[in-house]
Design a protein around this ligand. Structure first.
Ligand code: SF4
Length: 465
């Protein structure tokens, strides 16, 4: 199985990025670099999946470190192994089975002592069968991460969700989960059944975490939630939360939004604020009203277009990205044409485009079984047509940035390719050449620093400075 580090490359557009995010996110050092077992109690936290999971793993890691474990990368060096899993891909469970089989063998050999399964698979139906088959010591879902505390020997924490657990501290950027679960029932999505209904953290609690992170040196806060703009608490809406956070954090972004929840005042706030990155990710999924209804998305394409209009007016230099599903069961040629029209009209700067794949237990999967699947060759053609439309547009818009001078936040330091990866305030990803130096140190810029540089060229996915 391929293993890679998250964020090692620029946020590529299209399906490739999602593919990359969905593989295991912890790289395994080669045996040559780590041969002897470390002293004392050891733990290995292995992460699969999206940024929500990366963030959850950070909190688990803090717990095991607080409990006195040293972190190791290889299963065979660990007393305790925690697999934080993802259920998004169809073969996700099979892939995790491979890891569980290996861990079961190491346990029988007495090398690994305890294994915990966490994350979305931990919350799924199959988890009890996995627990029995592989003799797992703990199975927890995404809503009860706190149970890991007593498992590793910390005092028990009691909560219905996990806001009080330590998050990422001291890093230049951090994710802050403001809500878990989702109240929608989209036809293709497994999230509501594995993550449950929406639970929102109180505003003061979120702001306190952001303040702590900022005080510890974090520059960039990303507010996370499956439908982040659906956040509400005691009469307050996401607008209020975003406003407060933007007043205390130097740089803020949020994802993922749902068009039905996005308020115009939030879109205007993005344009008015000095600290919110002017990038909106607003998944539309389809341009066809008929298909949006089948998907239970809860809005029509016209409503989506109006949101985009408000965003473009309020944030003229902002970037807009979306998610699109191609080949949902029952998708007709007319539905596809409607998607192409919407793509043209909205002028997306990027899109994550997915070929539909059924998830067991969803309505879409039932439609698929009933024979409403779109033939693969048709899906492929439609996928390429949509991809081409998005990329042509993105390329044209990126070209317009060439020659401009931008303030760039460095997200990843200089890589093997000799370039650092940064982001403009308008949300463009930029590859920064080695001649651009930090104004503070005169050296290649470190993650968390800002540089000013001229955009020299542009491709469909990235700018070059
Ligand atoms: S809104 Fe998003 S998370 Fe919720 S069911 Fe739909 S696709 Fe899944």
């Amino acid at each position: 199985m391929t293993e890679t580090e998250i964020g090692a490359a620029s946020p590529a557009r299209g399906s490739a990025r999602k593919e990359r995010q969905l593989v295991s996110l912890t790289s395994k050092p080669s045996p040559a670099t780590q041969t002897s077992r470390p002293e004392g109690r050891t733990a290995c936290v292995r992460t699969f999946g999206c940024q929500m999971n990366v963030h959850d793993s950070d909190r688990m890691r803090r717990m095991v470190l607080d409990a006195g474990y040293a972190e190791v990368q290889r299963y065979e060096d660990a007393d305790v192994v925690i697999l934080n899993t993802c259920y998004v891909r169809e073969n996700a469970v099979d892939r995790v089975r491979g890891h569980l089989g290996e861990l079961n063998r190491l346990k029988r050999e007495g090398r690994v002592k305890k294994v915990a399964l966490a994350g979305c698979i931990g919350a799924a139906e199959e988890s009890s069968e996995l627990k029995e088959q592989y003799g797992l010591d703990l199975v927890i879902g995404t809503h009860n991460t706190y149970e890991l505390a007593s498992f590793v020997g910390l005092p028990t924490m009691e909560e219905t969700y996990t806001p009080e657990l330590p998050g990422t501290v001291g890093e230049h950027s951090a994710f802050v989960t403001i809500m878990t679960g989702c109240n929608y029932q989209c036809s293709y999505c497994i999230v509501p059944s594995v993550r449950g209904r929406m639970v929102c953290r109180p505003l003061d609690n979120v702001v306190a975490e952001v303040e702590r992170l900022v005080a510890s040196g974090t520059e960039y806060i990303t507010l996370l939630g499956q439908t982040v703009d659906a956040w509400r608490h005691e009469g307050l809406r996401f607008y209020d939360l975003l406003k407060r956070v933007s007043e205390v954090a130097p740089r803020v972004w949020f994802t993922t939004s749902h068009p039905s929840n996005m308020e115009d005042r939030t879109l205007r706030l993005i344009g008015e604020s000095e600290t919110i990155v002017r990038r909106l990710h607003l998944p539309v999924q389809s341009g066809s009203d008929r298909l949006l209804k089948v998907m239970h998305r809860g809005y029509k394409s016209e409503r989506y277009r109006r949101k985009v209009e408000v965003f473009r007016e309020s944030v003229p230099d902002g970037t807009l990205s979306t998610d699109l599903i191609i080949g949902h069961p029952g998708e007709t040629e007319a539905d596809h044409e409607a998607t192409l029209r919407l793509v043209e009209e909205c002028g997306f700067d990027s899109a994550y485009i997915f070929k539909y794949s059924p998830r067991r237990g969803t309505e879409g999967a039932e439609m698929h079984e009933r024979g409403e699947a779109v033939p693969e060759d048709v899906v492929q053609r439609r996928f390429l047509q949509v991809l081409r439309a998005v990329e042509q547009n993105a390329f044209r818009q990126n070209q317009a940035k060439v020659g401009s001078e931008e303030e760039i936040f460095i997200r990843h330091g200089v890589s093997d390719s000799g370039k650092a990866i940064g982001e403009t305030w308008s949300g463009h990803s930029v590859h920064v050449g080695p001649e651009v130096l930090s104004p503070k140190t005169g050296l290649p810029p470190e993650p968390g620093e800002y540089v000013r540089a001229k955009i020299l060229s542009a491709g469909p996915h990235v700018l070059y400075a």
